[in-house]
Design a protein around this ligand. Sequence first.
Ligand code: 13P
Ligand code: SF4
Length: 349
Amino acid sequence: TRSEEELYEKVKEIKHKLGKRLFIPGHHYQKDEVIQFADVTGDSLQLAQAAAKNNEAEFIVFCGVHFMAETADMLTGQHQTVILPDMRAGCSMADMANLKQTEIAWEKLQQLFEDTILPLTYVNSTAEIKSFVGKHGGATVTSSNAKKMLKWALQQKQRVLFLPDQHLGRNTAYDLGIPLEKMAVWDPIANELQFEGNKSDIVMILWKGHCSVHEKFTVNNIEYIRKTYPDMKIIVHPECPREVVALSDEAGSTKYIIDTINASPPGSKWAIGTEMNLVNRIIKSHPDKQIVSLNPYMCPCLTMNRIDLPHLVWSLESIEKGQPINEIKVADDVKEFALLALKRMLENV
Ligand code: 13P
Ligand code: SF4
C-alpha cells in the first residue's frame, strides 16, 4: 500500500499529464482529501451547469454520487466519458423512488385527480425517474431553484407530484404560501395517498422519501442551541424536516449556506444543519466566526464519503493505462426524456 503522500503525488502527476483532457467536478460534501483536486466545486446545480459547459474534457471524473455522474453523462457529449471513482457511491434518497413504484403511483393518482398533475423530481433521483418525469411534461429541480421550478409547474397544472424528497417538496411549497393542509404524502410502500384535509384542495403530492443525513437534524438540536447560545443563528438545508426549518433562522441550498456564512461579519455565530464535510470546511475557513454543527454528533453522508483518495487514484490510473473503469452511461432510451426534464430546468434558471 502507498502512503497518502504518494497517492497525493500520483493525482498531481496524472492531472498534469492529462491537462485539459481531464475534468474533476467535486460536490461540496466530498472529503478534503478529494475536493482539493477538484477543478470545480459546487452544489448540484453548479456541477450540472459546469458539466454542460465543458465540451473539451475527454474524461470527467465525478467526485460526487451516482445520480450526479448520470446527470453529467447526459449533459456532456458522446466523445466524453464520465467516471465515478467508486460505484458504491449512491444516494439513499434517490433509491427511495424506483420506476415501477412511480408508475403505480401515477396510475392511482390519475384515477384520483385525472389530468391535473405535473411531476417534478429533485435531481437527487435516478435517470429513470427523471425520464418518467420528462415524459409526462415535468422537470428536474435542485435545492437552489426548487421555488422557481415549483412556480413554473403550478402555472401549468393544478397539482404537482414531487419526487423523491418530501422535505424539500414540503418546505418549498410552504415558502410559496401553500398551506400544509393542501399537501398530501404518497407512500410508495403502502401504495396510498395520506392526507388530512379535503382531497379536492390538494396541491402538493409529496413522495415519501428523505435524506438520511438531513433527517438527523432535530427540534431537540435547535432547542439545545437556543438555550446554550442565545445569540447564535441557525441555518439549515431544506432537506431537513419542516419543523426544523420552521424553527431555524435561515434555510437554503448548499451554495446558499456557504454564501450566507461568507457574507456574515467577523464575530458572527452560526449553527449549521448540513453534511459534516462541508460544515467542517466552513468552520476551518472562518476562524473569525463561532461556527458549530447543529447536530453535535456531526452528520456525514456515508455514500459521498466512499469517494476517497485511493479510489480517486485508482480511477485516474485506469485512464492513464487506457482502460478506464466505472464508466457511467445512461441508456439512450432513458436519456431522451431525462435530458428533456433537465433541460426544462436549465432553461428556467
Ligand atoms: P445541493 O447540492 O443541491 O445543495 O443538494 C444537497 C445534497 O444532498 C446533494 O446530494
Ligand atoms: Fe443523498 Fe442525502 Fe447523501 Fe445528498 S446528502 S447524496 S441526498 S443521502
